[in-house]
Design a protein around this ligand. Structure first.
Ligand SMILES: C[S@@+](CC[C@H](N)C(=O)[O-])C[C@H]1O[C@@H](n2cnc3c(N)ncnc32)[C@H](O)[C@@H]1O
Ligand code: SF4
Length: 379
């Protein structure tokens, strides 16, 4: 086995208010933000995790949420300085911070950049006020455009726009119009998600009227063409970027890389190439429990079962458009494929779900569309 790349995910669990479609571990703010206290906990949490990755360099950081842009530039500077004191951080590391257009004012992005952030991911969702309202967003179209203009003016390497489609009552032309407006802002990266209705959300208990499957399919295929024409390459199911601007942190997840996860409910995955074990960690989910000094930060830690490794590897790897080196499977899982699994891959090739060469597997557009059936071979 060889060590895969190592990322660091940092979770900030608060938002101004909860959006009715969102099932992320985030809480609407009811009182003041315990910013300093939380940063101190994050750094203590990291100090413990650092022992798991001694001697390894972190190549990307993603500060996600929730709404990390609720935190001041000073807090983010304290956080990133503290990270550098506890783990080895590559000088070229991609450092992303998620921002909500309703929480940023002039100067904010310059402050984040000074703190070390070099990529902003902006949760826009739509450029149309009636959709923003239906989605319970705290910002309107003007604020969305203004936040993007501010981010573009800051000394960052890249910025991403999160956009959703398949919104309540959305027509094909309406979704494409949103996409055109996003493209017109020339982001380096665009995450284009189809709205999904998640259990335990207000949209689940009171579902809005969503476009039917034929409309969704047209939105996707026409939208894909528009993105391509505008110079965006699809490199993952929902991930599009200009050449060279893929999100390195997310690429590492999908290439079955390792990551530390600090903060409320954060997940980690660490490989020990000596024992051949892959351990998954989950931190205490609720902010109150996480910040309770009488409790450890770690909620659960479990070793991935050998028989689950093929499924886990391909579930991540087959989201990516790029070819997968066959050697990565052995290097990153310590396993070889069983004859039954190899037969399943041959069958998938005959069905046009993957292409195969001597050294690589590569999922096809059809394979990405029927990903669940492709993966069922490894369950
Ligand atoms: C963790 S959120 C963080 C961004 C930031 N909190 C915001 O919303 O502005 C990441 C992205 O996931 C997407 N997302 C969240 N819930 C979703 C859902 N139910 N279906 C599809 N995409 C979703 C949104 O585009 C969102 O910007
Ligand atoms: S702002 Fe983002 S993380 Fe917060 S509730 Fe809305 S979608 Fe979820």
């Amino acid at each position: 086995m060889r060590n895969p790349s190592l990322g660091l995910y940092i979770h900030i669990p608060w938002c101004v208010q909860k959006c009715p479609y969102c099932d992320f571990n985030s809480h609407g703010l009811k009182s003041s933000l315990p910013e300093n206290e939380y940063v101190a906990h994050l750094l203590d949490d990291l100090a413990i995790d650092a022992a798991r990755v001694k001697g390894r360099e972190i190549t990307s950081i993603f500060i996600g949420g929730g709404t990390p842009s609720l935190f001041s530039a000073e807090s983010i500077a304290t956080l990133l300085d503290g990270v550098k004191q506890r783990v080895a951080l590559s000088e070229r590391a991609e450092i992303t911070l998620e921002a909500n257009p309703g929480t940023v004012e002039a100067g904010r992005f310059d402050g984040y950049a000074q703190a070390g952030v070099n990529r902003i991911s902006m949760g826009i969702q739509s450029f149309q006020n009636h959709h923003l309202k239906a989605l319970g967003r705290i910002h309107d179209t003007d604020q969305a455009s203004r936040a993007i203009t501010l981010a573009k003016a800051a000394p960052l390497n890249s910025f991403n726009v999160d956009l959703m489609h398949g919104l309540p009552d959305q027509s094909i032309s309406n979704a494409l119009d949103d996409l055109d407006r996003a493209i017109a802002m020339s982001p380096r990266h665009l995450s284009w998600y189809q709205l999904t209705i998640e259990p335990n959300t207000p949209f689940y208990s009171k579902p809005p009227e969503l476009p039917d499957d034929d409309i969704l399919w047209e939105i996707q295929s026409q939208g894909h063409k528009r993105l391509k024409a505008a110079g965006f390459e699809q490199y993952e199911i929902s991930g599009y970027s200009q050449a060279g601007f893929q999100c390195q942190h997310n690429l590492n997840y999908w290439r079955f890389g390792d990551y530390l996860g600090i903060g409320c409910g954060a997940h980690g995955k660490i490989t020990d190439i000596n024992s051949g074990e892959i351990v998954r960690t989950v931190k205490v989910k609720h902010p109150r429990g996480y910040m309770d000094i009488a409790r450890p930060y770690l909620d659960t830690s479990s070793t991935v079962e050998k028989e689950d490794l093929a499924f886990e590897f391909f579930m991540n790897r087959f989201r990516l458009v790029e070819p997968c080196p066959k050697q990565d499977f052995t290097d990153f899982t310590g396993q070889t494929l069983s004859s039954q699994e190899l037969a399943e891959l041959s069958k998938a090739r005959e069905q046009g779900l993957i292409e195969e060469s001597e050294l690589h597997w590569q999922v096809t557009a059809k394979g990405r569309r029927y990903l669940n059936s492709l993966l069922s071979a490894f369950v």
